[in-house]
Every structure is written in structure tokens, then in C-alpha cells.
Design a protein around this ligand. Structure first.
Ligand code: URA
Ligand code: CA
Length: 433
């Protein structure tokens, strides 16, 4: 086979065979195909697309390019969850103990990564003593015994995706539905779970700008998952404003605890129950989404979910007292209110820019070496559609530096008050096979 023939075939809008796709992925991963040919092929895919069969073949080839985690020693159906980016997205820390509390095993591998706030691992490490350094035997034992454990990424998973994603980043080919779908699905499949729940975000700060595109991405991922034998469900949700009220590591942990207690923000609670219901059905602990939702609501009301969080933290060395006394979490030195410049209704809160403001305070990493400040971040006192009076606080900045004029300026530019505005719809669609 020759790379140039495959490039021309895709350029002309034809379907690639399984053999051609596997050959390209294998040979790009082992350095036999140069970046310039892979770049040309990616651009051809960007313009001509791939059908669902091609996308599934590409996903499989990327999974097989590296290690695959074996979770078969864990009893039950293992369900994993993934969100396609988001700001102030605390869902994993809530979902993991919530779903585990009704008996579905959560064997979570989580990352740090770059972003507005830390990844799930960083947030968990905001809890004094909590550690993620478990051996694989300890990890498996913990999930079998407690139904929940979280470890850091291990092994060499999907090296083909790592290289292709880096190349897409510099060749204008990130925003392609089959390429995004195969990239995300390859990582989830290699991580070894039996079933996958995906939260596809839509909005200014997300990869997908329209509901139609998000639906297409969701359908493609469901199709890929089912083709490789992993049950897959998708929720399409709004990301035009940050989810919940807290953006920042310790602040989000506190919000997660409140949500597990049944006192969390309405939107965050709704999204968690929607995603959690899918996880519980796929995990075989309920027949229908309604039945699953009732189980989860009951776990929150009875305190079972909160108890599971304490059990999880204790097992991994964390101080479970933070659950009853969140003041044990890191606190910022200064709390600065952002006053409304006029009266009206909040009409815009640009999620991504508010995330960047939080990163400027030190909540996230701009580069891999950056240290995260667990205490800092932003807490929204108002959300889109809320009434506000001139001078009233829109949000509270939690900072360890006194001068936050850069952050205030960025926030003021990206929050709009108008005469009329309504709350955006949170759950836009759910997709199952
Ligand atoms: N996230 C991924 O992991 N891959 C993509 O291509 C886009 C988002
Ligand atoms: Ca939040």
C-alpha cells in the first residue's frame, strides 16, 4: 500500500477499507509515514468526512496501537463516563460515589491535564491526605470491596491518538466529527470499561457550537461504541455558561459535597441525575432510566451517597471529615465581589472566559509544570436569566492575591446584563442505540 493512494482516495470522497485505515494508523504510529502525509489525509477527512464504519475501524486501530487496561477481575459491569470539555464541571466527583452507592462499580482512571481548573485528580487531591498511587491489585481490591476507586493514568494508552491529536492541533483539523469521535472513543475503550456514558457539551466554550453538530458527534460515538461491543449512551448538554456555581478545585469539591447532600445547584444536580441514570442502567442496576433516577434520588435523600463519598475518601487516605466540615479545605485569603454595573437580567456568562479568569487566579495550569492553587476560583451568585440590581454581587472571586484587576476586567467583558434574558435549557438531548 502507498499512503499517497489512500490520501487521494479520501480526497476524492471515497470510503477507505478496513485494511487501508489499519495500515495508515499502524505505520504512522511506528514512524513509517511522515507527518506531511498524515496531515494531508487528516485534511481530506476533515473535508470529506468518514462514515460510521470507517470511524469505528479507525477507533479500533488506535485502541490497538498501545496498551489496553484489563478490568476483568472486577465484578459487575464497569461503566465509565466522559465529558467533552466544560467549565466548572464537577460531575465526576459527584457521579462516582453516587453511582457506586447504588451498587454499580466505578473503576476510574483519571487525568490531570491542562485547563481552567485541575482535572478530577487535582480536585481530589484538594482533600487532605487523599492519594491516587494504588497498585493495580489495590485498585481492583478497592473496587470489589467498596465499588469505587480512582487512580492516575497508567500504561501507554492509545499512542496513535496522542500523535494524531497533536498533529490535528497544528494543522487545523481538530474540529472534525469522525476524528473527535474516534479520538475520544479510543481512549475510553482502551481504559477497559464495559460501557460508556458521554456528556457532549454544546456552546461557545465547547468543541460543538450547535445542537445539530453535538447530536451528530453523539450518534457517531454511540455507533462506534456499539460496533466494538461497548454499550454507549450520550447526553447532549448546554455549556453556554459554567455548570453549577463553583469554578476552582477546593470550591468544586465543596460544591460536589453539597450536591451529594441534596443541596447543590439545580443545573449541576439535574445533569448528574441524567448522566447517573444512564450509568446505572448500563451498569445493570436498573431496567429503565426512570427507575435508575429514583434509586439515585433515594441515595441522595437517605445519605447513602454521602456515606459512599466518605468511604471512598477514607480508603484512599483522605480526611473524610471534610465532608461534614468543608472549612477543612484550603481557603483563599481574599474574597472579592464583582458588582453588577446596571440592573436587569444576566443574559450572557461566557463559560470559557470565566474559566480563563479562574486560571489567571491560579486554579488551572497553562503549562504542564504549573502548580495549582487549590483554594482559588470563582463562585457565581447569579446565573443566566437571574435578576440583578446595580451594585449587587454577580460573583465572588476567591483569590490569594489582593490585586485582581486583570480578572475583574476579563469577567466584566464577558458577563452581559440586558433587559430580558431567559435561562438556557440544560439537557438538550439523550442518545441511545
Ligand atoms: N477530546 C479528545 O480527546 N479528542 C478530540 O479530538 C477532541 C476532544
Ligand atoms: Ca461547578
Amino acid at each position: 500500500m502507498r499512503a499517497v493512494d489512500i490520501i487521494e482516495k479520501k480526497r476524492n470522497g471515497l470510503e477507505l477499507t478496513d485494511e487501508e485505515i489499519k495500515w495508515i494508523i499502524d505505520n504512522y504510529t511506528n514512524d513509517s509515514i511522515p507527518d506531511y502525509q498524515m496531515s494531508a489525509l487528516l485534511m481530506a477527512i476533515y473535508f470529506q468526512g468518514m462514515n460510521k464504519h470507517e470511524a469505528a475501524t479507525m477507533t479500533k486501530a488506535m485502541v490497538e496501537s498501545g496498551d489496553q487496561i484489563d478490568l476483568s477481575d472486577i465484578e459487575g459491569i464497569k461503566v465509565d463516563k466522559h465529558s467533552t470539555g466544560g467549565v466548572g464541571d464537577t460531575t465526576t466527583i459527584i457521579l462516582a460515589p453516587l453511582v457506586a452507592s447504588v451498587g454499580a462499580p466505578i473503576a476510574k482512571m483519571s487525568g490531570r491535564g491542562l485547563g481552567h481548573t485541575g482535572g478530577t485528580l487535582d480536585k481530589l487531591e484538594a482533600i487532605p491526605g487523599f492519594h491516587i498511587e494504588l497498585t493495580s491489585d489495590e485498585f481492583i481490591d478497592a473496587v470489589n470491596k467498596h465499588k469505587i476507586a480512582v487512580i492516575g493514568q497508567t500504561g501507554n494508552l492509545t499512542p496513535a491518538d496522542k500523535r494524531i491529536y497533536a498533529l490535528r492541533d497544528v494543522t487545523g483539523t481538530v474540529n472534525s466529527i469522525p476524528l473527535i469521535a474516534s479520538s475520544i472513543m479510543s481512549k475510553k475503550i482502551a481504559a477497559g470499561s464495559d460501557a460508556i456514558v458521554l456528556d457532549v457539551k454544546v456552546g461557545s466554550g465547547a468543541f460543538m457550537k450547535t445542537v445539530e453538530d453535538a447530536n451528530r458527534l453523539g450518534q457517531t460515538m454511540v455507533e462506534i461504541g456499539e460496533k466494538v461491543g461497548r454499550r454507549t449512551m450520550v447526553v447532549v448538554s448546554d455549556m453556554s455558561q459554567p455548570l453549577g456555581r463553583a469554578i476552582g478545585n477546593a470550591l468544586e469539591v465543596k460544591e460536589a459535597i453539597e450536591t451529594l447532600r441534596g443541596e447543590g445547584p439545580e443545573d449541576l444536580t439535574e445533569l448528574v441525575l441524567t448522566l447517573g441514570s444512564q450509568m446505572v442502567v448500563l451498569g445493570g442496576k436498573a431496567e429503565t432510566l426512570d427507575e435508575a433516577r429514583s434509586l439515585l434520588e433515594e441515595a441522595i435523600q437517605s445519605g447513602k451517597a454521602l456515606d459512599k463519598l466518605k468511604e471512598f475518601l477514607t480508603t484512599q487516605g483522605g480526611d473524610a471529615n471534610v465532608v461534614d466540615d468543608p472549612s477543612l479545605l484550603a481557603q483563599a485569603k481574599y474574597q472579592i465581589e464583582l458588582p453588577a454595573q446596571r440592573s436587569g437580567k444576566i443574559s450572557e456568562m461566557q463559560a470559557e472566559k470565566i474559566g480563563i479568569a479562574s486560571m489567571l487566579l491560579g486554579a488551572g495550569r497553562a503549562s504542564k509544570e504549573d502548580e495549582i492553587d487549590m483554594a482559588v476560583g470563582i463562585v457565581l451568585n447569579k446565573k443566566i436569566g437571574d435578576d440583578v440590581k446595580e451594585g449587587e454581587s454577580i460573583l465572588t472571586i476567591h483569590s490569594n492575591r489582593e490585586d485582581v484587576s486583570d480578572v475583574v476586567e476579563l469577567l466584566q467583558e464577558n458577563i452581559t446584563i440586558a433587559d430580558e434574558a431567559s435561562e438556557p435549557k440544560l439537557i438538550l438531548n439523550t442518545i441511545t442505540k
